[in-house]
Structures are given as structure tokens and as C-alpha cells.
Design a protein around this ligand. Structure first.
Ligand code: GBH
Length: 445
């Protein structure tokens, strides 16, 4: 596997994390409860009853974590801001101590020469807003914009670019359609207004960030959709799935309209959620970049039971991560080529805002090195095919709270002992550090 990839000159190297997965300190300094605190406390919701109450204790240990990032030589760090730390009830009174944490974090990152790339929402909605309907309630979009203004006023002098939402598809499907993530609602297609309200929140937040002169991105989890066979039934199912997973959260931003969801029996007002003017607002939040979180492709076949117009089919004959996810590096190139073909000139520059894998509890994580190297190779190929990719943020800096899997899946370059909180760099950490150094040296030539 090459240790140097043919990537553009200004390419940016980073790592990614999210607040609830690393911070802990959920009751400290006035933080309010989030949907994840409440969900994780439900018996059976998270494997072995794990919660994010302590996680990596990053809230207290952030100087040590930034030192690890500095030694990696990172250009950028993608982290998320916990809305319930800033506004404990989601709206109304600001919690100065919560804001102060991010203020310290940003200063320490800049001190270490690392550009902060904050995500404003990575699934930890203040529970008080969930009690009012969460993302099913249109009002949440406006509360998100208010929260964004508070954060931008405080940190904006040091933040060049913001990510509004992380993976609105996963949040809608896992959180509101299937109930396997917080807030644990299983509404199936009735969850669709949560898609529109998240995008509306993005649009409202983006316009006020633009007014303040900031760049705005969104981090979408996208997957190349492969039909299980060339049969018309499998092709139709793949088209329907692609609309739901990929296009629902990207077409409105880049094309100003929702994709055709008629295969789901859904009209393009998404169960009445879309009001006049909404799509203009969402589309005019012109993106400085599209964040892409890539893990694996998806194989889709004709439905086996009524209800939904598709069925997922296994991808066989490829390696799997410790999580059981198929490893298909070329899927990343395939995905980016598909985006270019679909959106053409409307496609903004791409940043890979997440990519990585979980491995066994082993410091010699050769499987991670192989995963990252093969995906960077596919990414380099995509750039030579004319796709504008600006940076790569691997998921994740360190092992952390992996949502419904608790601490059972380890995605980190750095190992965390969740008893002692000891951090130990894995083999992949040294590999990534050396890779970044080689690229940065050639940048200066
Ligand atoms: C991201 O979600 C999140 O942003 C992050 O918080 C999380 O920790 C990280 O990734 C790792 O999970 O059934 O084999 O086809 C990733 C969302 C959803 C990606 C399920 C892969 C399907 C695997 N994922 N998905 S498979």
C-alpha cells in the first residue's frame, strides 16, 4: 500500500470526533440533558447499558487530547458543540460556563496550530426540545438558528468554516424512523418531517453564518447504491433507496428541490412539512463545501415485504470491519464520481468529513492502516478524475462512545482504556502522523 497519495497541493489533514461520544461531564457546569442522556438510560437501548456520562472525559482531558493532535501534525480538527451545554433547555438562557468550554478548546487548538472545524449538531438535541417534538417540530429549526447565532457570536472571530448538521439521514432514520438511536422513536416514514426540519435548520443557520462572513458545510453520510442485479425490479429498488439515503439530503441543497419519493408513496411536500419559500432558503444556503462521511457502499434488491420499496442485500466476498461493515475502498471513488455526474457544476468542493473503521482492541491495528490507506488511494484516484477534494478527516481521533454499541466498537487512532482513561497511540496513529508529515513536506517544496 502506498504511503504517499497523489492528492492536491493544499489538501488538509484532520481527525473527527463528536461531543456526546467523547466529552462526558454530562452534568457539569450547567449542561442540560440531551436526548442521548435520556435514551442511553433506557434499559436495552445501548449495548450493556453503556452511556456517554463519562466517555473519554475529554471535557477535562482536552489539553492532553490536543497534545496528541499536535503530535499528529493535523491541519484541522472536526469536533461538535453540545447544544445542551450552550443552551441547557435548547432555547432561552445561555449557559456561560458551557460556552466557555468551547472557547478554551478553540484557543488551545489554535495555539497548537490546528484549525477548528466545529459541527453545530451531532445528534445531541436538548431534551427540552425533544419534549416539544424534537425535529418533528418545525420550531426546532428556528431554535437551531438561534443557537447557531449564540455560538457564532462567541467563537466566530476564530472559526473560518462551520458544519451545520452531521448525517441528517442517520439522525432521521435511526432516531425517528427505527428508534435505534435517540430519541428512540419508531415512526417509519412518518419520520420524514424530521428530514425537512433539519434541512430548514441548516438553511436558517447557514444564512446567518453567511451574513457574518463564514463558510458553511454540511456533513452527509452518503453511500453508492448498487442494485443487487440488473433486473428492472432491483434497479427500481436501488433508485428508490438512493433517493431516500443520498438525494433527500443533497438535492434540496444543490438543486433546490426534493427527489421523487413516489416509490414510498410520499409526495414532495414530505407529509406537509414543506412550506412555500423553504426550498429557496435551503438552496440559497450555498455551500462552501459538501462534507462526505463515507463508510461503505449499499447493495439493494427488490422488496421482500410490502411497506418499503427496497430490501438491503449483503455485500459478499469482501473483508469486514470489527463492526461487520463491508470494506469497499473503491466505493468512495464510485460515490464521488456519481456526485459529479449527478450535480455537475452545482457540486461544491468535497471534504471527507469522516472515514474510518472499528477494529479489535489491539494496539497493532494493521486493519485500520489498510482501511485508511486503501480509501486514501481511492480518494486520490477520484481527484485525478477531476473531482475537487479539499481534505480528509478520519473517524476518529480516539476510541469513544459508539452510540447504540456503547464502548464495544473502537474507531480510534488512539486507544482509550475506559477504566483508567489512559490514552495509548495505536500503530495507525504513527502511520497517519508520518503520512501527514510527508504530504506537508511536499507542500513546502
Ligand atoms: C457516523 O455514522 C457518525 O457520524 C459517528 O458519530 C459514528 O461514530 C461513526 O460514523 C461510526 O459509526 O450495515 O454494514 O451497511 C455512521 C453511519 C450507518 C455508517 C450505518 C455505516 C451501515 C453499515 N453509519 N452504516 S452496513
Amino acid at each position: 500500500m502506498p504511503d504517499r497519495f497523489d492528492l492536491p497541493a493544499g489538501f488538509r489533514w484532520g481527525v473527527a470526533t463528536a461531543a456526546y461520544q467523547i466529552e462526558g461531564a454530562v452534568k457539569e457546569d450547567g449542561r442540560g440533558p440531551s436526548v442521548w442522556d435520556v435514551f442511553a438510560a433506557r434499559p436495552g437501548a445501548v449495548r450493556d447499558g453503556h452511556t456517554g456520562a463519562v466517555a473519554c472525559d475529554h471535557y477535562h482531558r482536552y489539553p492532553e487530547d490536543i497534545a496528541l493532535m499536535k503530535d499528529l501534525g493535523l491541519d484541522g480538527y472536526r469536533f461538535s458543540i453540545a447544544w445542551p451545554r450552550v443552551l441547557p433547555t435548547g432555547a432561552g438562557a445561555v449557559n456561560p460556563a458551557g460556552l466557555a468550554f468551547y472557547d478554551r478548546l478553540v484557543d488551545a487548538l489554535l495555539e497548537a496550530g490546528i484549525t477548528p472545524l466545529p459541527t453545530l449538531f451531532h445528534w445531541d438535541l436538548p431534551q427540552a426540545l425533544e419534549d416539544e417534538g424534537g425535529w418533528l417540530n418545525r420550531d426546532t429549526a428556528h431554535r437551531f438558528a438561534d443557537y447557531t447565532a449564540v455560538v457564532a457570536d462567541r467563537l466566530g472571530d476564530r472559526i473560518p468554516a462551520w458544519i451545520t448538521l452531521n448525517e441528517p439521514f442517520v439522525h432521521m432514520v435511526y432516531g425517528y424512523a427505527l428508534g435505534i438511536h435517540a430519541p428512540g422513536r419508531a415512526l417509519m416514514l412518518d419520520a420524514l418531517p424530521a428530514a425537512h426540519h433539519q434541512l430548514l435548520g441548516h438553511g436558517l443557520a447557514a444564512s446567518l453564518l453567511h451574513e457574518r462572513g463564514h463558510d458553511v458545510l454540511i456533513a452527509n453520510n452518503l453511500t453508492p447504491v448498487r442494485p443487487a442485479s440488473p433486473s428492472p425490479e432491483d434497479l427500481a429498488a436501488a433508485t428508490a433507496y438512493d433517493a431516500l439515503h443520498n438525494r433527500l439530503f443533497t438535492d434540496p441543497l444543490l438543486l433546490g428541490r426534493y427527489p421523487d419519493l413516489s416509490a414510498f408513496g410520499v409526495a414532495d411536500d414530505l407529509h406537509g412539512a414543506v412550506r412555500p419559500g423553504d426550498l429557496d432558503l435551503i438552496a440559497c444556503s450555498r455551500l462552501a463545501g459538501l462534507g462526505v462521511n463515507y463508510y461503505n457502499p449499499t447493495r439493494i434488491a427488490a422488496p421482500t415485504d410490502p411497506g418499503l420499496p427496497f430490501a438491503e442485500a449483503p455485500i459478499d466476498g469482501v473483508p469486514r470491519t470489527a463492526f461487520g461493515w463491508p470494506v469497499v475502498p473503491d466505493g468512495l471513488r464510485e460515490l464521488l464520481a456519481g456526485l459529479r455526474d449527478r450535480y455537475g457544476a452545482a457540486l461544491p468542493p468535497i471534504t471527507i468529513t469522516e472515514n474510518g473503521c472499528s477494529t479489535t482492541d489491539d494496539l497493532d491495528d494493521q486493519a485500520r492502516i489498510t482501511y485508511l490507506a486503501s480509501h486514501l488511494d481511492a480518494l486520490a484516484t477520484a481527484t485525478t478524475e477531476g473531482i475537487d477534494v479539499r481534505g480528509y478527516y478520519t473517524w476518529s481521533l480516539m476510541d469513544n462512545f459508539e452510540w447504540a454499541e456503547g464502548y464495544h466498537q473502537r474507531f480510534g487512532l488512539v486507544h482509550v482504556d475506559f477504566e483508567t482513561q489512559a490514552r495509548t497511540p495505536k500503530a495507525s496513529y504513527a502511520w497517519y502522523r508520518d503520512l501527514i508529515a510527508v504530504h506537508q513536506a511536499s507542500r513546502r517544496e
